[in-house]
Design a protein around this ligand. Structure first.
Ligand code: IPM
Ligand code: MG
Length: 358
C-alpha cells in the first residue's frame, strides 16, 4: 500500500492558479513514477475573489481544515484593486502566524542554463539558503495610527524581538548550517544602529552558537550584506536574518540567481505541530496573468521542497533533476529569455520526471 500525503492547495490570485496547476501535474508525475506514495489534494478557493464574495479571506474554520493536511501548497495572493496590506494580512500572514510556521527557508542556486547578472558567476558558484524569521520582528503586527487626518496624526510600526522567537530561529539556522557541507552561517544584523532589538539578536546568536561548535559563523550588517552578495557571492552559504531584512535580501538573491520566477520558499514549523506551507515567492504577477507564460519553475522547486519535508527525499531529488535538465535544454519562459509557455515547460518537466534514469 502506498503511503498517502494530504496536500491543501491554495492557488490564490493572479498567476497562482496557473503555476499551482502546473506544480500539481509534476507532483502527479513523480508520485506515479515513484509508486511508493500518493498525494491526496484538497483545493481551497481562498483569495481575492473569495474576499469580494464573502468579505473575508478565510472562513472561520480555515485553520482547522488546514490542520488536517500534511502540507500546504500555496500560489500567490494580491489583487490590483485591493491594497496589498489587506491581502497579505487577510490570507498569508494569518496562516503563517496561525500555524506558527516560524522558519521561512529560501534556497538560491543558479540552475543550469540560467545566466546570473553577476559576471563570472555560474551554476555551482552560488548555493545559498536564507532563513527568514517568520513570526515576529518587523512583521509582528504591532503598531497603530491615531488622530487620523490631523496634523498630529501618528503611526507606529513596532518590531518585536522575543527571547523565545529569536532563540528558536537561531537554533534552526545553526542546525541547518551544520547539516550542509560548508557549515557556515552568516547572521545578518543591524546592531550598529538598532541598539535594542538587534543587539539582543546578536547576543542570542552568540549564545546559541555554543551548541554548534562545528559551525563557523559571523555577523554581517545588512547593508554590507547586500554588497557582499554582489561582490563576493562565493563567501556565503547559510544566512539568517530578521523578517524584513530577509525579505529584502531574498529578492536580491533571486535576482542574482537569474529570476524571481524560479525562487521557492517553505514556511516551516520545524517542530511539526502544524502543516508547513510551501510557495513560490514571485507573487500574483497581474501583468502576465492569463497569458500562459508564467514561469512554473518556482512552483516546481517549491514542490520539491514540500516532498522533502514530507519525507519523500528521492522524489524531491527527481523533481529538481528534471527541472535542471529542462532548464539546461533551454526550455524556458520569457522571464528567463526563452520562448516556451507554462504548459510547454510543464510538459517537458513531466516527461523528464518519467524518463530520468533511476
Ligand atoms: C515575500 C513577499 C511578501 C513579504 C509580500 C508579498 C508581502 O515579498 O514573501 O517575500 O514581504 O513577505
Ligand atoms: Mg519579498
Amino acid at each position: 500500500m502506498p503511503r498517502t500525503h494530504s496536500i491543501a492547495a491554495i492557488p490564490g490570485d493572479g498567476i497562482g492558479p496557473e503555476v499551482i496547476d502546473a506544480g500539481l501535474e509534476v507532483l502527479d508525475a513523480v508520485a506515479a513514477r515513484d509508486g511508493r506514495f500518493s498525494l491526496k489534494v484538497v483545493r481551497y478557493d481562498w483569495g481575492s475573489d473569495y474576499y469580494r464574495k464573502h468579505g473575508q479571506f478565510l472562513p472561520a474554520d480555515a485553520m482547522a481544515w488546514l490542520r488536517t493536511a500534511d502540507a500546504i501548497y500555496f500560489g500567490a495572493v494580491g489583487d490590483p484593486n485591493i491594497p496589498d496590506h489587506v491581502t497579505l494580512w487577510g490570507l498569508r500572514l494569518p496562516i503563517c502566524q496561525g500555524l506558527d510556521q516560524y522558519a521561512n527557508v529560501r534556497p538560491t542556486r543558479i540552475l543550469p542554463g540560467i545566466t546570473s547578472p553577476l559576471r563570472d558567476v555560474g551554476t555551482g558558484d552560488l548555493d545559498w539558503v536564507i532563513v527568514r524569521e517568520n513570526s515576529e520582528g518587523e512583521y509582528a503586527g504591532q503598531g497603530g495610527r491615531s488622530h487620523r487626518g490631523f496634523p498630529e496624526e501618528v503611526a507606529t510600526e513596532v518590531a518585536i524581538f522575543t527571547r523565545r522567537g529569536v532563540e528558536r530561529i537561531m537554533r534552526f539556522a545553526f542546525a541547518l548550517a551544520d547539516s550542509r557541507a560548508a557549515k557556515h552561517l552568516t547572521v545578518v544584523t543591524k546592531s550598529n544602529a538598532q541598539r535594542y532589538g538587534m543587539v539582543f539578536w546578536d547576543e542570542i546568536a552568540s549564545l546559541v552558537s555554543r551548541d554548534f561548535p562545528h559551525v563557523l559563523w559571523e555577523r554581517e550588517l545588512v547593508d554590507a550584506m547586500t554588497m557582499r552578495m554582489v561582490r563576493r557571492p562565493k563567501t556565503i552559504d547559510t544566512v539568517v536574518a530578521t523578517n524584513l531584512h530577509a525579505d529584502i535580501l531574498s529578492d536580491l538573491a533571486a535576482a542574482l540567481a537569474g529570476s524571481l520566477g524560479i525562487a521557492p520558499t517553505g514556511n516551516i514549523d520545524p517542530e511539526r505541530r502544524s502543516p508547513s506551507m510551501f510557495e513560490p515567492i514571485h507573487g500574483s504577477a497581474f501583468d502576465i496573468t492569463g497569458q500562459g507564460i508564467a514561469n512554473p519553475v518556482g512552483a516546481f522547486w517549491t514542490a520539491s521542497m514540500m516532498l522533502e519535508h514530507l519525507g519523500e527525499k528521492e522524489a524531491a531529488g527527481v523533481v529538481m533533476r528534471a527541472v535542471e535538465h529542462v532548464c539546461a535544454a533551454g526550455v524556458m519562459t520569457p522571464d528567463l529569455g526563452g520562448k516556451a509557455t507554462t504548459a510547454e515547460v510543464t510538459r517537458a518537466v513531466c516527461e523528464a520526471v518519467r524518463g530520468l534514469n533511476r
